[in-house]
Structures are given as structure tokens and as C-alpha cells.
Write a protein that binds this ligand. Sequence first.
Ligand code: HEM
Length: 202
Amino acid sequence: MTTATPKSNARKPPVPKQDLAIKVFHWVNIISLFALMGSGLRIYNANPVFGGRGGWTFPTELTLGVGLAGARHWHFFFMWFFGLNLLWYGIYILFTKRWKNRYVSSSDVKVLREGNNPKRKNYAYHRLVYTLFIPLLLLAVLTGLGMWKPVQFGWIVALFGSWQALRVVHFFSIPAVLFLLIFHSLLALKVGEWRLVRSIFA
Ligand code: HEM
């Protein structure tokens, strides 16, 4: 007679191993993004994007920085962290050739369109969502640069049509990041449970 193996030990996939560089990138990204969002909302409150000076503002509890000047200090401080972090991530994925297999691929798109294996589909969605973060974060940096130095980066202003259009796009990067973040967190849990989440944070 054979002893039944407890279900919890049955064929658990191995704990994924993440590169230290990726863990650092991920942590710096999250911390600086939240600091940028909080200070950005405080800057917004000083001159709302919609409705001008008398427009709708965000509760101070959601913001970071004392007054406009304080918020700008935080924003510019974390802008460097965020921007340089993204830059070295770009260099890292180029040098390690991570870009070749880490992101959403044509086979993921095929699975999403024609596949009927739910596990494989979730994995493809997971890759799609974290891949989408990259152009979105670059867009936030690009529009931020154009607003910060509209003369030196006049081509960015021209690309979007006006400084006000840049503000609107930059502002909408916040709900877009939060939207992706919800799906990214849920999909990470779905495809790899806590083991996968722990692997990127610890
Ligand atoms: C706004 C904040 C976040 C951003 C911008 C972000 C972005 C990313 C990116 C770009 C990757 C791929 C990195 C690579 O392998 O080269 C990644 C991986 C990952 N992220 Fe996030 N992330 C964020 C927050 C979170 C949160 C809150 C969780 C957990 C609940 C999470 C869980 C994971 C996991 C588990 C992986 C590894 C995926 C895998 O190996 O399949 N992330 N993230």
C-alpha cells in the first residue's frame, strides 16, 4: 500500500529566481512611482489641469510635499531616481539580451487570439501587461521632460501639439499606471501565486 502524498507537496513548481538587478529595478520603480504620483498630485492641486485655478483638487492626504515648492522638490528628486532606474534597466536588458525572451511575443499574441489553454492564456496576459508598463513609463518620462524644459525639448511639445496637451497626457499616466498595476498584481498572483510575488520582492 502506498502512502498518499499530502496535496500541498504534490508537484509544486520551483520557486522562480529573479536577478538581483531586476529586484532592485522593481523596488526603485515602485517607490519612486508612488513618490512621483503623490508629489505630482500636489503640484496639480496648485493649478488643476482641468478647470484652472478654481478646478477640482485632490485631498492633501493623497499628496506628498508641503506646498507647491515642497512638492516640486520631491518630484524632481524622484524624477532622477525613476529616470536613471529606467535608463539602466534599458541598458541591462540590451546587454543581457533579456529583451529577446522576457516580453510579450508573437507566440503570446497567438495564444491570446487562438489558444484554449487557460493557464497559458493567463501567462500571455501577464507578459503583455508587464510589457505594457515599459512604453507607458517612457511616455510619462517623455511628457514630463517636455513640461519641465519646454524650450530645450521643444520637439516634444511639438509632438504633442501644445504644453497643455503634454500636461493632460502626463496627468493620465497616473490612472494608466494604477490600472496596469491592478492587473499586473492580480496576474502575477494568478500565474505564480505568492511564490512568484515573493521572488521579485525578496
Ligand atoms: C507600478 C508598479 C510596478 C511596475 C511599474 C512593475 C513593472 C514590472 C516589470 C516591467 C516587470 C518585468 C521585469 C523584468 O523581468 O524585466 C515586473 C515583474 C514582476 N512584477 Fe512588477 N511592477 C510593479 C508592481 C508590482 C507589484 C505591486 C507586484 C506584486 C503584487 C509585482 C509583481 C511582479 C512579479 C511577480 C514580477 C515577475 C514576473 C515573472 O517573473 O513572471 N509588481 N514588474
